[in-house]
Design a protein around this ligand. Structure first.
Ligand code: GLV
Ligand code: MN
Ligand code: MN
Ligand code: MN
Length: 394
């Protein structure tokens, strides 16, 4: 299963994955999902929002236990962020079947669309749509960097973009969602724990920052005569780092666009994106406010114009406590971790009891080709997930 999946969307120059929603590699991943389901005799369907489902049992019986994750990636992401949860779901079903288990609740495997927001900018788009956390109009209008809208991309893939939105019927069939995921930091290395359970997700968000200046000649324009948005932008990047450190938060500017992007021209326009997260919501709000203040002050000095617009936001999530405790007990007392990474399980926690399982990552690195996992830990993850499904559904 893993051997079939790993070549898809792998970018040879870096060894990372480029599986953006509704692009050819992601459609291939979807075909892989359908093949895996068919090979196990599971019924497959795509929901109104483009999320994929495979069912052991009849979901209309209700109170289903769903597990899974996502198949898309960040630019040059690692192999495990997302796909490990989906592959482990199929493998856990194999384990349960091998021992002759018969579920009394339907078991579903889900792969949510555009979890990373790598193409259309809003993370967890499929689960946000399903849970009603984003309006259909707002989602349809999202566009990738070539101006292709989410609406168009969906239509091209054969899913009707007019039927997206809060899927009450689907949600009413689900009793709980448990997502297995590669750990994206070093906590499990430090704790020497192959498997852990999710406790909380930090509040986090994305802000688009637009810097407008005046294009001019790199050789003939005196420094004092410039309105250089790159300068304002650079100051904002440094301010983000400084303010985040002071507040005990994290802030990242990982994406930037510059126009006209010529070596010998002062830019006319720079656009960057700020990703900010903190365990404490007040710290997060403080960082964003201070970065904005520093940016506006600097733009004034540089003769540029700057605006900061919130593009998406995820409030703090504390996973369902009874479900969390049940997982910990089923697994014999594994550690509970909170994380600064966002997940569909976080978004869905607004409408369903959700929980997470984490599998140790020996590099502690994620959203990078250097992300890794040991086979033995992946198997421990599958065994843990099978135990959880056995406990909840069988
Ligand atoms: C998604 O993985 C995120 O946390 O950005
Ligand atoms: Mn990710
Ligand atoms: Mn992920
Ligand atoms: Mn994520």
């Amino acid at each position: 299963m893993w051997r079939d999946l790993t070549p898809i969307g792998r970018y040879d120059a870096t060894g990372g994955y480029r599986r953006f929603a509704y692009t050819a590699p992601e459609l291939e991943c979807r075909a892989w999902f359908a093949e895996q389901a068919a090979a196990r005799g599971l019924a497959v369907n795509t929901d109104r929002n483009g999320n994929l489902w495979a069912w052991w049992g009849d979901p209309t019986d209700g109170d289903a236990v769903v597990t899974g994750s996502h198949l898309d990636s960040v630019p040059d992401g690692g192999p495990f962020d997302g796909p490990l949860g989906v592959a482990s779901a199929f493998a856990a079903i194999d384990l349960l079947r091998a021992e002759g288990a018969t579920p009394r609740r339907p078991i579903g495997v889900a792969a949510f669309v555009e979890e990373e927001g790598g193409r259309f900018g809003v993370a967890c788009l499929g689960s946000r749509l399903m849970s009603g956390a984003i309006t259909p109009d707002a989602a349809r209008a999202l566009a990738d960097e070539n101006g292709v809208t989410f609406e168009q991309a969906m239509a091209d893939a054969g899913t009707d973009p007019m039927s997206i939105g809060h899927d009450v019927a689907m949600l009413s069939q689900i009793g709980s969602y448990v997502e297995l995921h590669i750990e994206q930091g070093r906590a499990q290395i430090d704790l020497d724990a192959p498997v852990a359970v999710g406790g909380a997700i930090w509040p986090h968000g994305r802000w688009r920052m637009d810097f407008q200046g005046r294009a001019d000649h790199a050789g003939t324009t005196r420094l004092d005569d410039r309105a250089d948005p790159m300068l304002t932008y650079a100051n904002t990047v440094l301010a983000a780092r400084k303010k985040a450190r002071l507040a005990g938060a994290v802030a990242t500017v990982g994406r930037v666009m510059c126009e006209p992007n010529g070596t010998n021209a002062i830019p006319s326009r720079v656009r960057g994106w700020l990703d900010a997260r903190a365990e404490d919501v007040d710290a997060l709000e403080q960082v964003v406010r201070e970065v904005e203040e520093a940016t506006l002050a600097r733009a004034d000095r540089d003769g540029t114009n700057a605006t900061i617009t919130r593009e998406s936001y995820s409030p703090r999530v504390d996973f369902d406590v009874p479900l969390r405790d049940r997982l910990v007990e089923t697994l014999g007392g594994v550690p509970v971790l909170s994380t600064g990474a966002g997940h569909d399980a976080g978004v869905l926690s607004a409408v369903l009891p959700t929980a997470m399982l984490f599998v140790r990552n020996p590099t502690g690195v994620s959203h990078s080709p250097a992300e890794s996992a040991e086979m033995v830990d992946c198997l421990a993850g599958v065994t843990a997930l099978a135990s959880v499904l056995r406990d909840l559904a069988c």
